[in-house]
Structure formats: structure tokens, C-alpha cells
Design a binder for this molecule. Structure first.
Ligand code: ZN
Length: 239
């Protein structure tokens, strides 16, 4: 696949240290002249993902000189208040299960609305027009604040509320986990696949003691299931 033409726009990538946001970071580095990254610390149980961020960023810098030149500041925002107002398995030590609503109890209501609003304020201050997020309507456990309509509505709200055009980019919105690996491969080949496999983190329980073919994780939580299934599907399609 030919490299896309780079845009002079700057981009802020919501980067948690997970597989999806790591893919979005590489996607943005191919397209935008200046790329900054943003992580949130909200007392998540899988805080280990925050420790993975630096390794992924360093790895990307090492992969391509033009990516190293485009990578600018990394930001971390403390959102401890989000942990205080949410009663969920992502921030509490309780078992991960499906609820009557059809959503897993890892659902933090409005989390992405809060993330993107903070990202909008930061992007404004840093003069970055694009905000890139790895939300996905296809297989992301049905979280309503990851849906395309929610993101489009928020793009309008942020643009009006800050009186400046903000573009929310969602490169993973319509693809599943197997296609996300394919996208990774098309952007950076096997070295990028290896980097994301090894250094990104998805497991809700924050387990990095076990290395599977698809990366590290407990192997039993919904995030591990999703990541494992996606990777196996991707590999089978290659065989
Ligand atoms: Zn897990």
C-alpha cells in the first residue's frame, strides 16, 4: 500500500498503551507532520498499560526516522475523579461480568466523552486540529460512547464549544480486531506487528506474567478474548 500524503495538520492521539491506540498512533505518524500523544490515569486496574506507553512510543521512534521526527510531546492527565464517580470493574476490584443492560460491568459511563473533551482542550492549547482515537463500533463490547454517532455529535459539540474546527479521526471505527492487525501490517510491516504484539497491553486485569502468541494477558478477561480471537483470525487469513 503506498504511503498516504502527509497533512500539515498536527494530531493528538489518545494513547492508552493498548493495541488499538498503538495502531492509531502508527496510523497518525504516517499522515500528520506533528503528532502528540495523550494518556489518562483514572485509577484503572490495568494501570500497567500506562507503563507500556513509553516502550511503544520508543519503539515507534526506532522504527522509522520520519516517525521519530514527527513524534512530539507526550501528555498524561490525571483523572482520578473518574474513578471516584464510577462503580465499575475497571476501577474496582470486582469480577468482570455481563450486566442486564447487555454491557460488561467494565463500562465506565461517558468515559470517552470525558476523554475526548479533555483531549479537545489540550489540542486547542497545542494548536492540533486532529484528535485520533481507537474507538470501534464493530466489536468493542457495544460501548455507546464508542459509536460513530456519539463521536460525530461530539466533534460538532467540540468545534462549536471551542469555536475552532476539530476533527475526530477514528481509523478503527468499522473494522474488527483481525482487520486492525492487517492495518498494522500495512502501515509498518512485521516490525510494527511485532512491536505492538510485544509492548502494547490490552488485558483488563493488568496481567503481564503470561506471554501468549497474541501478546501478554490473563487469557480469560473480555479484553484478552477479543485480542486473542482477533489475532488468531488474522493469522489464519495469512496461512
Ligand atoms: Zn486479561
Amino acid at each position: 500500500m503506498p504511503a498516504p500524503t502527509t497533512s500539515p495538520d498536527g494530531a493528538l492521539v489518545l494513547f492508552s498503551g493498548g493495541q488499538d491506540s498503538a495502531t492509531c498512533l502508527a496510523w497518525a505518524l504516517e499522515r500528520f507532520q506533528r503528532v502528540e500523544t495523550l494518556g489518562f490515569d483514572y485509577g484503572q486496574r490495568h494501570r500497567v498499560e500506562l507503563d507500556c506507553r513509553a516502550a511503544v512510543i520508543d519503539g515507534m521512534r526506532a522504527l522509522k526516522p520520519e516517525w521519530a521526527a514527527r513524534l512530539d510531546e507526550d501528555h498524561m492527565i490525571d483523572l482520578a475523579a473518574l474513578g471516584q464517580i464510577s462503580e465499575t470493574s475497571l476501577t474496582r476490584d470486582s469480577e468482570i461480568a455481563m450486566q442486564e443492560s447487555g454491557l460488561p460491568n467494565t463500562f465506565v459511563p461517558g468515559r470517552n466523552l470525558i476523554f475526548l473533551t479533555f483531549a479537545g482542550a489540550l489540542a486547542y492549547r497545542r494548536g492540533l486540529r486532529r484528535i485520533v482515537t481507537g474507538v470501534c463500533e464493530t466489536d468493542y463490547s457495544g460501548y455507546p460512547d464508542c459509536r460513530d454517532d456519539t463521536i460525530k455529535a461530539l466533534q460538532v459539540a467540540l468545534s462549536l464549544g471551542m469555536d475552532r474546527r476539530v476533527v475526530l479521526e477514528t481509523p478503527l471505527m468499522w473494522i474488527d480486531k483481525a482487520a486492525t492487525w492487517k492495518l498494522t501490517e500495512s502501515i509498518g510491516g512485521q516490525p510494527l506487528v511485532d512491536l505492538i504484539l510485544e509492548e502494547s497491553h490490552s488485558c483488563y486485569l493488568g496481567d503481564r506474567s503470561q506471554r501468549h502468541t497474541w501478546g501478554y494477558g490473563c487469557g480469560g478477561c473480555p479484553a484478552c478474548d477479543l485480542r486473542a480471537n482477533g489475532y488468531h483470525t488474522y493469522r489464519q487469513a495469512l496461512a
